[in-house]
Design a protein around this ligand. Structure first.
Ligand code: FMN
Length: 196
């Protein structure tokens, strides 16, 4: 049975930049195509140049390519279905928030800033021909222990990065179906509070 793949491009209610409309989060990656060093470095560089509160840059990353022990360790520390599909991702990145400054003071915007850096990374990666899928379903303590992160370094999410594969590469039926489901968002009006 052949699978009809609908367009994954966002149906926006106003024009937005192409890379944002076309970005989506796949679970199928083409394992025969490597992420080049240039693509990976540019994605990380985009994260580096993300804004942050007081320019504190409270983000750190563990970057692992498929086939390395670090990649396998990250996969072991994913939850449920994430382990099934993300094992094929050519690159996995652990997104880590620096939650305290050098004096031990909490960094109030650490998570906000890390999220924004992860977003910048994903947009750059998409611009460079890759797809990205972020995951919050991770084992925080497991990742901490595996990568020797102290209590000031908090793994928040993992980003999977690679060249898009097709839904047929997914052996799990549930995941294969999710890959082709229509994408949706709340209407814009619902998001705006207090507009006349
Ligand atoms: C912080 C965060 C956590 C997420 N956690 C997971 C996850 O654990 N597993 C998963 O398959 N997708 C995860 N996603 C992906 C979302 O489900 C996805 O971005 C959302 O459904 C919108 O789809 P789109 O990115 O294709 O537009 C996560 C995304 C973000 C930003």
């Amino acid at each position: 049975m052949s699978i009809t793949i609908p367009s994954r491009t966002a149906q926006t209610s106003a024009p937005i930049v192409e890379v944002l409309a076309e970005r989506w989060s796949p679970r199928s990656f083409d394992t025969t195509v490597e992420v080049t060093q240039e693509q990976l470095t540019s994605a990380l560089e985009a994260a580096r140049w993300s804004p942050s509160a007081g320019n504190t840059q409270p983000w750190r990353f563990v970057v692992a390519r498929r086939g390395t022990p670090e990649h396998a360790t990250i996969v072991e520390n994913l939850m449920g279905f994430n382990q099934v599909w993300a094992a094929s991702a050519p690159v996995l990145i652990v997104n880590i928030a620096v939650t305290q400054d050098a004096e031990g003071k909490p960094m109030r915007f650490a998570e906000y800033d890390l999220g924004q850096a992860a977003a910048h990374l994903s947009v750059q990666a998409h611009h460079d021909g890759l797809h990205v899928h972020q995951m919050g379903g991770i084992l925080v303590d497991g990742l901490r222990a595996a990568f020797g992160l102290d209590e000031t370094l908090r793994p928040l999410s993992v980003t999977a990065l690679g060249v898009l594969g097709g839904p047929e590469l997914l052996t799990n039926e549930v995941l294969r179906e999710r890959e082709v489901q229509p994408r949706s968002r709340r209407p814009l009006d619902e998001l705006i509070i207090g507009r006349d």
